[in-house]
Design a protein around this ligand. Sequence first.
Ligand code: DTR
Ligand code: CA
Ligand code: ZN
Ligand code: ZN
Length: 455
Amino acid sequence: MRLSVSRQLPRLPRRGIAGAAIALAGLVATAAPAATAPAPAAPSTAATAAVSPAAALAPPDIPLANVKAHLTQLQSIASANGGNRAHGRPGYRASLDYLKAKLDAAGYTTSVQSFSYGGATGYNLIADWPGGDPNQVLMAGAHLDSVSSGAGINDNGSGSAAVLETALAVSRTGFQSGKHLRFGWWGAEEQGLVGSRYYVNNLPAAERSKFSGYLNFDMIGSPNPGYFVYDDDVQLEKVFKDYFAGLGVPTEIETEGDGRSDHASFKNAGIRVGGLFTGAGRTKTAAQAQKWGGTAGQAFDRCYHSSCDTTANINDTALDRNSDAVAHAIWTLGAGSVPPGDSYENTADVAIPDNGAAVTSTVTVSGRTGNAPPTLSVGVDIRHTWRGDLVIDLLAPDGTAYRLKNSSGNDSADDVIATYTVNASTEPANGDWKLRVQDVGPQDTGYINSWKLTF
Ligand code: DTR
Ligand code: CA
Ligand code: ZN
Ligand code: ZN
């Protein structure tokens, strides 16, 4: 005797799958369509809501002359303060004050974070551009300090100036990013990523989880340049590779510095990172000289950590290309035109008819290479009222169905908020993946609250 109980489905507060996921890692669906229960009828009302990327606005050209003017200022400030911008020396704080004044005048909300290291006070400069989704923070940064032997114009005036000028371009153009834009300049990187680690370690966990990515720019104007892209994150790497491909400039993955610059502080905290590098003390090979020009058998930067790292130690083409790449990344990622990392989510509610036809919700996966993994994670968040006899399938772009959940008759469980693992290694990753849900028993109303694929 079934209770004829029905209740209005409360519009429960949306909660992220991750926040309440129950990992059912032991469940690995096989490649063959499920045989345990008749596959539900093809959805008559395929309620799909593909998440399509917002149109990306064209990023502005970053004027090389503006970037070089900042380098000239940094050179002058170092020359007037003992010849450097090193941690604990007057040239560092004087340089930070120069950047802060520019950012304040451009309408940024700036803050200076101080920390102690080696008996001296260090400072980080943080600049927030008002607006954007506070739960999706896109940050670009560079270390502002130099070694004590010189003005550090390539290491790392180049990254500092390019990030500064990109931030100023955001203001000049009034760019309204979908994500909240934040820029940072770090102290005491040369002492071992001290400033950036202090910043990340002092972020509350809830704040750290809001980062959609951190982009690092440390040495991007080397006089004998290479074009290296950080390969820590597939999506962020792709943004930069696509940019350089558009220029017809080949790139290599950055291998000299894994962990050797401020992106490591963010990566160690689980934040996705990307960035660019034009080389330091390593020697350019003949093959690299063939594709990039410059001098084989010579270091990418012969003045690395030396007093000759002055405004004369910059390759203008490299600095210009990389400065424009910073803007390209901010405008592209900021506009939300690149899926957030390896996860693809649909948050559109889709009603599930009581004892009725199956419905579907779609996520469009693009920009990946190869097949899906044998451990494709499928997070679902389905709300329903009572006797939820739900059958849940994942449909690959070619229509292959992977059974995630069978109806369990009198399934009196409440919401289905779970993470399933599917072996989808025979399926190409890109395409329209669908979550298909059918309620095969009466007395129930429900809806797909959200669902997420993570590769
Ligand atoms: N640690 C940086 C220089 C450096 C050396 N290798 C890499 C790779 C990626 C970024 C930076 C670097 C410094 O001396 O500031
Ligand atoms: Ca430019
Ligand atoms: Zn250095
Ligand atoms: Zn550096």
